[in-house]
Design a protein around this ligand. Structure first.
Ligand code: ZN
Length: 444
């Protein structure tokens, strides 16, 4: 029997009897995903979003009723694993999740309702080169970086400290391009080395967003709910200090900046530039635990991974339509009291998704040259019924969609483009300093 036949036989066995709890290498993962797609061809779509430095494909498995394309009203969710190649638990959890979702569809009510109402994208490994270079060690960091020795979670454009001159690694560029192809709403990035759910911001410019050591985003209430849903559905994360050397994380959650400031991280990029709310899940004290720990880790995380996906149905969703009923692309949909650094905009279908906790909210919908539309609405808790509140904004506008603009063109780094930096920028200038000095002398 050839190696390939043996491998295919093992994979078919795995598909019928559950996926084995062990570490699968990149070739095995690829073969497994291809076998899943063959066996569940109408429920799944498999594609590569790019290649790693060493030429390994970055495979994404998409699951849902309409897996190959976006459907209006169906939110897009994603999980990304193994960004740090030596943090391997997330990678295993995502393979087990794929197994659970495919086998549970049409037999398990929770899975069926989820996949009927949500399109789920799973990138099992963002750093396959790092995984292949890793050794089975709890703390040692070999394999953390990509083949160029770059930490991928420091390589995204940063909104608070300009790093636009930094070369983007191919794995990071592949994810950035991927974000442009789908209107992602909610996401999580799976890591290891602690047990905690960390949420934006990871960085700060030292401005108004800093509160008691945390870098607080306009959607802090939503992020805390997202993080707590994971930590309290997880078997032990909510207890806080799970690891012998860890900080005592109250309720098993933390603001990223409060834990440690980080520049160029993926979660800030997703939230600020792609209007996709993302948190970072640290799933194990040991980054590369023994295989015998894997069944227990799956039991710890299984319900939390499912409950977190259901949160994509928080808030309100719908379309902005002009007076002829045509969808308006790039309309700004703002929620009063939430000044997002980059405003949330409608996509190519005129759609918006806005994750919000239950309550009353006032929305302002704008395009250049038209009178803004303002509406107040009461929002229920959507995850209970696997759907956010559906609400279309019917505008009197006749001009249709404004010209398309890329997110990076409309809101660059805060230090460069927004009023938040004015205070700092003023005192950067010698003339301004001189004027301030003169004013002080005059006042004295
Ligand atoms: Zn990590």
């Amino acid at each position: 029997m050839s190696n390939l036949t043996l491998l295919l036989g093992l994979l078919n066995f795995a598909l019928c009897h559950g996926l084995e709890f062990r570490y699968h290498n990149s070739t095995e993962v690829e073969e497994y995903l291809k076998a899943v797609h063959r066996n569940y061809s109408s429920l799944t779509h498999l594609h590569s979003i790019g290649k790693s430095v060493e030429g390994r494909d970055l495979w994404v498995l998409v699951l849902g009723k309409s897996p190959t394309e976006h459907t209006i009203g169906i939110p897009e969710f994603k999980y990304v694993g193994n960004m740090h190649g030596n943090e391997v638990v997330g990678r295993v959890m995502l393979l087990q999740l794929i197994d659970h979702l495919t086998q549970g569809y049409l037999s398990d009510p929770q899975v069926t309702r989820l996949l009927n109402s949500t399109r789920v994208h799973i990138l099992v490994s963002m750093n396959p080169d790092g995984f292949e270079a890793s050794t089975r060690n709890c703390v040692y960091s070999e394999g953390r970086y990509n083949k160029h020795g770059v930490d991928l979670n420091r390589n995204f454009p940063d909104a608070f400290q300009s790093n636009m001159d930094m070369a983007r690694e191919v794995e990071v560029q592949a994810v950035m391009d991927w974000l442009q192809t789908e209107p992602f709403v909610l996401s999580a990035n799976l890591h290891g080395g602690a047990v905690v759910a960390s949420y934006p911001y990871d960085n700060s410019n030292g401005g108004n967003e800093l509160q008691w050591g945390s870098s607080v985003s306009p959607d802090d209430d939503v992020f805390i709910h997202l993080a707590k849903t994971y930590s309290f559905t997880h078997k032990s994360m909510h207890n806080g200090n799970s690891c012998y050397d860890s900080k005592d994380f109250k309720d098993g959650i933390t603001n990223g900046y409060n834990w440690y400031p980080l520049k160029g991280g993926m979660q800030d990029y997703n939230y600020i530039w792609d209007q996709c709310l993302e948190i970072t899940l640290e799933l194990s004290c040991c980054k590369y635990p023994p295989e015998t720990d894997l069944p227990g880790l799956w039991e710890d995380n299984k319900q939390a991974l499912l409950a977190y996906m259901e949160l994509v149905h928080l808030g309100v969703k719908g379309q902005v339509l002009d007076s002829r009923g045509t969808p308006v692309e790039n309309a700004i949909v703002e929620v009063q009291g939430r000044n997002n650094l980059c405003p949330f905009k409608t996509d190519r279908n005129g759609e918006f998704y806005r994750l919000l906790l239950p309550g009353n909210y006032t929305f302002k919908v704008t395009v250049p040259g038209e009178e803004p539309l303002t509406e107040t609405m009461s929002i229920p808790y959507g995850p209970d019924r696997y759907s956010a509140l559906t609400h279309n904004f019917i505008t009197p506008w006749r001009s249709g969609s404004p010209p398309t603009t890329q997110p990076t063109e409309t809101c660059g780094p805060i230090l460069r483009n927004t009023g938040l930096s004015n205070r700092g920028a003023f005192f950067d200038r010698p003339l301004a300093l001189l004027l301030a000095l003169l004013l002080c002398i005059l006042l004295l």
